[in-house]
Design a protein around this ligand. Structure first.
Ligand code: ADP
Length: 255
């Protein structure tokens, strides 16, 4: 089976609040329909999650009425995005089943505490694609906290050990530096887990830490996944090739 993370920048347009990348969502639905092994899908928040988290300051302790309103808005926005993703999957010929992440997962100080992965197993075992997502969840210390899709991937990998993880984003993979800022950045084809620290990854202003946060969560997959690939959902055929077992984008060798 495959653990797949569809990044917020892959499925939404981060330059405009609450906007999606319709072509990429179509591509995701069509590609997943060709998968010959079971897939668990986790998606990010992109333009549905991050602008709200910033506007209502949802990092650290949530105390003010305004922040609580922000929690409610984010809760709704992420359900809306999950619906859009699931509809695109159905359109492509897949059978997705969304699990409202904040109902099966709690956190403490922004890190996942309890995660009812049994339900993910059940949904997968009935032939569906379980769909979870980065979300605002109950937090034992902060009251509420944003948990990124990248962080959820680690716990999914623990629940389903020994599988491949694919991270879909809006660039072809991991570069030596942010390719949108540094014209000299070059795509890394293969990198050992131990060398991930040498990658200059931007924080992108997201509460979940952008590519820097992603690289840290990928490093935490050590010992629970066999291989990680980072690839673009914007490139035709890239995901299909990866689903067939091919290598594209960046491959992180998990020794
Ligand atoms: P997603 O929302 O897809 O999970 P992010 O938007 O957080 O991912 O991160 C993807 C973005 O990170 C890319 O659009 C790219 O501009 C930026 N980035 C920063 N550093 C790097 C790097 N070293 N390699 C690739 N992308 C990088």
């Amino acid at each position: 089976m495959i653990l797949m993370k569809a990044g917020g920048s892959a499925i939404t347009d981060k330059s405009m609040d609450f906007s999606i990348k319709a072509h990429n969502l179509e591509r995701l639905g069509r590609a997943l329909a060709t998968a010959t092994e079971p897939v668990v899908l986790c998606h990010g928040g992109g333009s549905f999650g991050h602008p709200l988290a910033r506007r209502y300051d949802l990092s650290g302790e949530i105390t003010t009425p305004e922040q609580l309103r922000g929690v409610s808005h984010t809760n709704i926005a992420m359900r809306n995005l999950s619906n859009i993703v699931c509809e695109a999957l159905i359109e492509g010929g897949c059978t997705p089943f969304a699990l409202q992440t904040s109902a099966i997962l709690t956190a403490d100080r922004g890190r996942i505490d309890v995660f009812n992965t049994a339900i993910v197993h059940h949904v997968l075992s009935t032939g569906f694609i379980p769909v979870v997502y980065g979300d605002v969840v109950y937090d034992a210390t902060y009251r509420y906290a944003i948990v990124s899709g990248d962080q959820i991937m680690r716990r999914l990998a623990e629940a389903f050990p020994g599988n491949r993880a694919l991270f879909l984003t809006d660039v072809d993979g991991l570069y030596t530096a942010d390719p949108k800022r540094d014209p000299g950045a070059t795509l890394i084809r293969d990198i050992a887990l131990a060398d991930l620290g040498t990658v200059q990854a931007g924080e992108a202003g997201d509460v979940t830490g952008g590519m820097k946060g992603k690289v840290a969560e990928i490093a935490a997959l050590e010992g629970v996944v066999t291989e990680v690939q980072v690839l673009s959902l914007s490139r035709d055929g890239a995901l299909e090739a990866a689903l067939r077992g091919g290598v594209g984008g960046t491959r992180i060798i998990m020794k």
